[in-house]
Design a protein around this ligand. Structure first.
Ligand SMILES: [Zn+2]
Length: 389
């Protein structure tokens, strides 16, 4: 059955072939959905007939957000740690261990309920595709169940056994790296598409990152990397060297890192929720964009350093504090995220794309940054399914 979404005040297609500018904007637009896919986009008056008609009432419509970086399989929260940090204590990677202990102690049902709650929260704020990492289990059994649970809510599952060295391996970090790249990888790989390493001082160094990525690649997983978040380091170079889909955070970059990204197929995924929630300096988005690097925006949703599922919030931060234009931020949160997940069926609304459409209670998507904190998502179409309004 085909559905005509008509009376769209401003439609962002992210397809320059179908509208104006890099965002492929169409004013007074219509969109036809058929079989879960976009069948047609164009000016309202030219729309073909469809089985059903839905009136947008002049509201703006955009592609569903693609959140390409989230950690949703965990138990508990760290509100107390957040309050302490906001009272002046710095963020350190070791806080992850608090969540590891809670996650190991939780039942499958508790983890599943929390995961589904967060995935539903993300969908309600317009996220139609979300990536989900393991990384709070850090045993063979707990990482395997983490990726299996993640696979229940998304196809974009990332094995992050190399999130932090767990307490029981504090005296033998090399032994933990060996576990990650052998038995833990074997148990997790059947449920995962991606492999990730937290390449950072206090987490995993260059040699460990290389060993784990090589093992993951040999198992058919594609790398994406936590890189250069807390300080300068080898993460971005390793991401590019291994053909990673994305280098994530990119907060502390040398000129050679920017150049490496610009000449590569690796997307720079910026996660301003993390800098916001740790009161840290933001990555230099302008430097990356001006150098020709493809930039994505994602939430980094996790209970320690960025406990938000809201892509509109990240867009507002990117515009206000990272000096991205509203158009750049919207593109990065949709098409950029799709690039970071190497997907060409999402992040845009050209015919053939998945009919993942967000209708905004606003005449223009500029309002996402212009009206921060306001729930502007009026309706979400996922795979052409009727709005959850
Ligand atoms: Zn992360």
């Amino acid at each position: 059955m085909s559905i005509l979404l008509d009376g769209i005040g401003e439609l962002v297609t992210n397809s320059p072939a179908h509208g104006d500018g890099p965002l492929g904007r169409i004013r007074d637009a219509a969109l036809v959905v058929d079989g879960g896919r976009v069948a047609w986009v164009g000016a309202s008056g030219l729309a073909p007939a469809a089985d059903e008609r839905v009136e947008a009432g002049g509201r703006a419509a955009i592609p569903g957000f693609v959140d390409s970086h989230a950690h949703l399989v965990f138990a508990g929260d760290r509100a107390t740690e957040f309050a302490a940090r906001m009272s002046g204590q710095p963020y350190a990677a070791g806080g992850i261990r608090t969540t590891v202990a809670a996650t190991r102690a939780a039942s499958d049902g508790e983890l599943r309920a929390n995961l589904r709650r967060l995935a539903a929260e993300a969908l309600a704020t317009g996220t139609t595709t979300i990536e989900c990492k393991s990384g709070y289990g850090l045993t063979v059994v707990d990482e395997a169940r983490s990726v299996a649970l993640a696979a229940e809510v998304t196809a974009e599952v990332t094995f992050l056994g190399a999130h932090v060295v767990p307490a029981e391996y504090a005296g033998d970090p090399d032994g933990y790296v060996d576990l990650v790249r052998t038995a833990m990888l074997d148990a997790a790989a059947p449920h995962a598409r991606w492999i990730d390493v937290f390449c950072e001082r206090g987490a995993f160094d260059a040699d460990a990152t290389r060993a784990i990525l090589a093992a993951g690649i040999a198992r058919g997983l594609v790398p994406r990397l936590h890189a250069n978040q807390l300080g300068p380091g080898p993460g971005v170079q390793l991401a590019v060297e291994h053909g990673a889909a994305s280098a994530d955070h990119c907060t502390h970059l040398a000129d050679v890192d920017v150049a490496a990204l610009a000449g590569s197929g690796t997307v720079a995924t910026l996660l301003p929720g993390a800098e916001f929630s740790t009161r840290s300096p933001y990555p230099d988005a302008r430097r990356l964009i001006d150098a020709g690097v493809v930039v994505a925006l994602a939430t980094d949703c996790n209970p320690g350093s960025s406990y938000t599922t809201s892509m509109p919030f990240c867009i507002a931060l990117a515009v206000r504090d990272m000096r991205m234009t509203p158009d750049e931020a919207l593109w990065a949160a949709t098409a950029g995220g799709a690039r970071a997940l190497r997907r060409d069926d999402i992040g845009h609304l050209a015919p053939g794309a998945r009919a993942d459409v967000v209708l905004l209670d606003a005449p223009s998507p500029i309002h996402l940054a212009y009206r921060p904190g306001v729930p502007l998502v009026a309706a979400v179409w996922k795979d052409g399914a009727p709005p959850t309004e």
